[in-house]
Design a protein. Structure first.
Length: 343
């Protein structure tokens, strides 16, 4: 049995859902995987750099009691990880789509402090995948990010574990659920703003929901998929990005009545010259399109492979627990690999 010191960097919707799921699965993790844990660090802008070397009480943490014992108080991320003796840092801070910062600096600092990094922040993968995975390899640590693109839908581990030597030539995907929820609300006769509010209540909107509405979230996810699965370094500025803001409500309702609803679709493909191209924009789904049956927070990707023309993975109505599970599964996979390596 190994007990891991966990540090939670970001304690919003996802960080809190992770703390709840860790607590709910603690017994199972011990009994089935020989993995125990204590949360020795919790940090956010409001909370500061909280440390409890024997582990925070999760119930009190969730009730907002983050009494830090560190003296002097850590002033930045490296001091915090050192004070908390962090072995795994869960990075769940807000997305900044243009630069991926400060999450990239946080992840780099954690790896340099010899901690594994498990992130839900797609900005790190879109902007610094090569650097952070290289640094992790150098340090004998892991940079894990299954929760970044489709909550807990296993896209990266699917390729890593099940599709060796398969070449991905393109994909078509429903990667942003906030826009689906907004469009569905408009289809039901409600307003755009009511749609945003509903997505916020579900906890699925970005901290700044304009990143969903204007297509940034989906664009950064396309970059992440291209970087990791296609060996490309596709920049967000290279992707045609059109959000849903300019869609007229009457037009959205008429499209639904016609059986051809609008959804924000992401696509990547190779052009005749072999160059990778990508787009994120609202498109009308044809009747019978399998994506048209998916509503609410559901997400889906159809991959085109050299060995299989279409492989579709779907997450039906994932929620915050699903995203937290993406992080928890990454953690258990790191622990399993460490066990195999005899650490
Ligand atoms: N929500 C989802 O369904 C979902 C699904 C998959 C992935 N994600 C990703 O998960 C991440 C978190 O999402 P969320 O829904 O939990 O957002 P959230 O509820 O807004 O929480 C964000 C957390 O990050 C902290 N934070 C923001 N900037 C920070 C900084 N510069 N330094 C330290 N802490 C900082 C915030 O602290 P303060 O409160 O003090 O500002 C807050 O605790 C995002 O990257 C998002 O893209 C979310």
């Amino acid at each position: 049995m190994k007990t891991y010191n966990l540090c939670l960097l970001g304690f919003g919707n996802v960080g809190r859902a992770l703390a709840r799921l860790l607590a709910a699965k603690a017994e199972e993790m011990r009994a089935e995987f020989g993995v125990a844990w204590r949360i020795t660090g919790v940090a956010s802008r409001r909370l500061g750099w909280g440390v409890a070397r024997e582990g925070f009480d999760v119930g009190r943490l969730l009730a907002g009691e983050v009494a830090s014992e560190a003296s002097p108080a850590p002033r930045e991320v490296r001091e915090w990880i050192e004070a908390a003796r962090g072995e795994v840092v869960f990075e769940t801070t807000s997305l900044e789509p243009r630069t991926g910062q400060p999450a990239i600096d946080y992840a780099r600092a954690a790896l340099e402090s010899n901690a594994h990094v498990v992130t839900a922040n797609k900005g790190t993968v879109a902007h610094a995948y090569a650097e952070l995975s290289g640094l992790a390899r150098e340090r004998g640590r892991r940079f894990m990010f299954e929760a970044t693109v489709a909550d807990c839908l296993p896209v990266f581990s699917l390729f890593r574990e099940c599709l060796p030597a398969a070449r991905l030539s393109g994909f078509r995907a429903l990667l942003n659920s906030t826009t689906t929820v907004i469009l569905e609300e408009i289809e039901r006769g409600r307003t755009f703003d009511e749609g945003v509010e509903r997505a916020q209540l579900m906890g699925i909107a970005e901290t700044d929901p304009t990143y969903d509405v204007d297509g940034w979230d989906a664009t950064v996810k396309v970059c992440a998929l291209a970087n990791v699965l296609m060996g490309e370094t596709l920049g967000a500025e290279e992707i045609e990005r059109v959000g849903i803001r300019a869609l007229d409500a009457m037009h959205v309702r008429a499209a639904r009545e016609e059986g051809k609803p609008f959804r924000l679709l992401s696509r990547a493909w190779r052009d005749a010259g072999g160059r990778l191209r990508a787009s994120v924009r609202p498109e009308q789904l044809e009747p019978g399109d399998q994506f048209a049956t998916l509503g609410g927070s559901s997400l889906a990707v159809t991959f085109e492979l050299d060995v299989l023309p279409g492989l579709t993975v779907v997450a039906s109505a994932p929620n915050l627990k699903s995203t937290a599970y993406g992080l928890l599964a990454d953690f258990l996979n790191v622990a399993r690999d460490e066990g195999k390596e005899g650490r």
